[in-house]
Design a protein around this ligand. Structure first.
Ligand SMILES: C[S@@+](CC[C@H](N)C(=O)[O-])C[C@H]1O[C@@H](n2cnc3c(N)ncnc32)[C@H](O)[C@@H]1O
Length: 241
């Protein structure tokens, strides 16, 4: 299994991560659970800081990850999980039928028109924009997805993107003014890496200064080349026109 794919587009080519058939086949083969990139325990400081436990949360591309279940154990009250894979959604719905805080719907993140504007206080994405960026029509898919995410977020709400995508690769997609959000970047080391991912910061909870197009400070030194990036996109609290 390849779990280190999306650093840039050239590493996408092995599998068709943008294709629902790929994911259905994979979830039929792997009926257990698997969390991409990071487990909830490592992400918890960020989730707890940026996502209120009472907020209505949309988990885009939930797959068969344990993340949402762990969040409910950590007092999160309502998580709507969506995925393009019918296999994953059916499996997860059955598995979590006894957990009323977890809801499941099969849906393409590029068209979430069943939800009205401003439906969610928070949107969490671990590896799903990355998958679309590996598919055909990556750029259009990413714009459709991010447009939908921005539409669904309440003013003041947060889109938390956990990704392998470097700022120079992701920021051109994220920083469009139509989305009406402010972006902060955090960097965490891959599981098992000792110490901070970045030489100049002591805590992962310190934001990394970054320009609109994803340029990092000139003295910036990444100690873990396989780190993960967390983008916190907070929608302008004033309702957009
Ligand atoms: C890299 S996996 C991440 C799964 C899970 N979030 C995790 O952290 O383990 C990407 C997920 O996105 C889903 N996906 C891919 N394209 C999608 C789309 N257009 N709409 C909704 N989900 C999609 C896949 O089915 C897969 O479950």
């Amino acid at each position: 299994m390849n779990n280190s794919m999306f650093r840039d587009v050239s590493s996408c080519n092995t599998y068709n991560y943008g294709d629902s058939l790929y994911w259905d086949a994979r979830y039929i083969q792997e009926a257990g659970s698997f969390d991409w990139y990071q487990r909830y325990s490592a992400l918890r400081p960020f989730v707890r800081k940026f996502v209120p436990t009472s907020s209505r949360i949309l988990m885009v591309g939930c797959g068969n990850a344990v993340m949402s279940e762990d969040m409910v154990k950590d007092e999160y009250e309502e998580i709507m999980n969506i995925d393009i894979s019918t296999v994953a959604i059916d499996m997860m719905r059955r598995k979590h039928a006894h957990i009323p805080q977890l809801k499941y719907m099969q849906m393409d993140v590029r068209d979430m028109s069943v939800f009205p504007d401003d439906s969610f206080g928070s949107v969490i994405d671990k590896g799903t924009l990355d998958s679309l960026m590996c598919g055909t029509g990556a750029s259009i898919s990413a714009s459709q997805m991010l447009g939908e995410v921005s539409r669904l977020l309440k003013p003041g709400g947060v889109y938390m993107l956990i990704t392998y995508g470097d700022p120079n690769v992701r920021m051109p997609y994220l920083s469009r003014s139509v989305y009406n959000w402010k972006i902060e970047l955090y960097i965490i080391p891959r599981p098992g890496f000792e110490g901070s991912a970045v030489a100049s910061i002591k805590s992962s909870l310190e934001p990394i200064p970054m320009s609109e197009n994803g340029d990092l400070p000139s003295d910036f030194a990444l100690k873990d080349p396989d780190c993960h990036f967390i983008y916190i996109c907070r929608k302008n609290p004033l309702k957009d026109e």
